[in-house]
Design a protein around this ligand. Structure first.
Ligand SMILES: CSCCC(=O)C(=O)COP(=O)(O)O
Ligand SMILES: [Mg+2]
Length: 250
């Protein structure tokens, strides 16, 4: 694996105003999400669909599942089967993520769950934030799930570090450049001064097509480690990423 220090001072002193973070495979282990969070939601889909179908978030997600599967008459049992199939495939379908977000945020709130971050991540997030770099999250996990994830970390509440949360509902699919244009506009940061960190080459390609800077994060044991991140700059940990902002380097 190629590991090199990444300094974003090639063509400008004030290079990056904001870092946008992917979660699964980048800040946090896919294994934790799949082994801890997925079974937690799988065990609770049935009750959520049966007892809370009137909740507007649930009703909207159910309608989205029916639309995506082309099964307008699918009942709660059929939809639960679909959700579990998508879980098996690790499909990043928006309604699946909405329903998981409801279940997980309640699980975090009642103390059943604590999130996971790789050891190098939280110190770097604190350092970048202290240096004036704005931090955002863009994950397939819903905004509700992201908020619970950052609130309930092993290092305490990390949400004060984060300026905004984006998911496939409010920004769009992660493999489409338009989603990154939408996020750039929402943050008010110029695309060229946004740095996206992700493990997935398709997401990095889409961000670059929207004019963003990109670094592929390749961690041993993660699903995309062997495949690599194409011709994007790459790092094995956040410690290898030096961000230059407003004349300071962190
Ligand atoms: C707290 S989000 C839970 C992880 C998740 O469900 C997910 O889909 C993360 O995907 P990402 O886009 O962050 O790779
Ligand atoms: Mg990811």
């Amino acid at each position: 694996m190629t590991v090199r220090e990444l300094r974003f001072d090639v063509d400008a002193v004030d290079a990056v105003d904001a870092v946008v973070l992917d979660i699964e495979g980048t800040t946090s282990a896919t294994g934790f999400v799949v082994d801890v969070l997925y079974p937690y939601s799988r065990a609770r889909f049935g009750a959520l669909l049966a007892e809370r179908g009137d909740d507007p978030r649930v009703a909207r997600a159910l309608a989205q599942v029916r639309e995506l599967t082309g099964e307008p008459d699918a009942d709660a049992v059929r939809i639960e089967k679909t959700l579990n199939l998508w879980l098996d495939e690790d499909r990043k379908a928006t309604p699946l993520k909405t329903l998981q977000g409801i279940i997980w945020s309640e699980g975090f709130a009642r103390g059943d769950l604590v999130s996971h971050f790789y050891d190098d991540v939280v110190p770097r997030l604190r350092a970048w934030h202290a240096a004036g770099v704005r931090l955002y999250v863009y994950s397939s996990g819903s905004v509700a799930a992201q908020r619970a994830w950052f609130t309930n970390s092993p290092d305490g509440d990390l949400t004060p570090l984060v300026s905004g949360l984006y998911d496939t509902e409010n920004a769009g699919p992660k493999q489409e450049p338009e989603s990154y244009r939408r996020i750039a506009e929402s943050t008010g940061v110029e695309p060229a001064r946004l740095l996206f960190l992700s493990d997935r080459p398709g997401e990095l390609d889409a961000a670059r097509a929207a004019g963003w800077r990109t670094v592929g994060v390749r961690r041993p044991g993660e699903p995309y480690f062997e495949q690599g991140v194409g011709d994007h700059a790459q790092a094995g940990t956040f410690d290898e990423i030096t961000v230059i902002t407003s004349g300071s380097s962190t």
